[in-house]
Design a protein around this ligand. Sequence first.
Ligand code: NAP
Length: 347
Amino acid sequence: MARASPQSNRQVNAKPGDVILYQGSRVTIYYGENSWNVTPLGHIGGVTGAGLREALKAGGGHVSVTFSLEGPRRDHAGVFDLERGSVRLNSGYTMPINSLGTYSLAWETCASAVKAALAHGVRLFDTASIYRNEAGVGQAIRESGVPREEIFVTPKLYPGSQYDHPEEAIQDALDKLGIGYIDMMLLHRPGRNDGKAYKAMEQAVAEGKICSIGLSNWYVKELEEFLPQVSITPALVQNKIHPFYRENDVIPYIQDLGIVVQGWYPLGGRGHTAELLGNEVISGIAEAHGKSSAQVILRWNLQKGVAVIPGSSNAEHIRENTELYGFTLSDAEMAQINALDRREKHD
Ligand code: NAP
């Protein structure tokens, strides 16, 4: 891949690969050498004059060149505020980047976990119709005394009858939660009638029932097929992400669309956490920072721009999972954790 590096405006003799400003108004790429005085803009590395000439010949005298600017990515919605623990979504709403996941927490356990989380400052709760605990989440929120507008709740619609009759399913989630409106609704996974279900969510946004909408378990191919059909770009994609399974290609693809990525199973998934939390690399980094392995994994996600939804029914773990902001993993530590990728799944 060729990379043009910026140079200062000075007059030099051009050589193959130089990008120059010619006669003040034309951008030219040199394939030969020239002793004229020119204004260099940059240089394309890794190319030869012969290679450039060959490309020109192959195109019958025409080549198409794309210039793009390299710099800090995502200087728009989607940039994590690691001071406040939040991100602005492409829908204009602000979402917390750490939260509580409630998969496999039955009503009462779920309600007490949500209350403990609220007491420790957690403001985002991930639920789903398939978890059968939306009512427990809603009850805990209503009883907490925390103002509704400070809280962010993400329920999901599941394939099957909910995608076949999405208006009823959305109303069902609103009724079970009993908190007035839904902050973010996701389609849980691709399935028959997912386009119809998404359109119903778009309509619910127009009616003020839902603030933001998104997808879960949609990967590059699925997104390429799905996105052309939608009117509202998803604000969030929630996919499985943890150090053994880190979706190298998928995360940047989604982020470059201006969509925030949220990772489920951040600790490897209930019943599968031992190997990840006990991993030597992760424990070593945790020890160096005086943090737990769970905190290091969650922080690694945040520094990659991935919001986290750790699940827990344990008040101490819930508190621990909020303390992710007073330390920073170095580039070397991030690289060490990145290197653990095994593309493993724990479905
Ligand atoms: P997880 O967050 O990877 O792991 C949960 C496990 O970690 C529990 O056994 C929990 O035990 C333990 N744990 C939590 N914090 C800990 C800490 N600080 N130290 C040690 N252990 C800790 O798995 P998950 O809950 O199954 O998944 C996370 C969330 O993702 C779910 O709750 C759900 O909201 C969402 N999800 C979404 C999808 C989807 O398809 N969109 C699929 C699965 C899950 P304790 O209870 O003892 O703390």
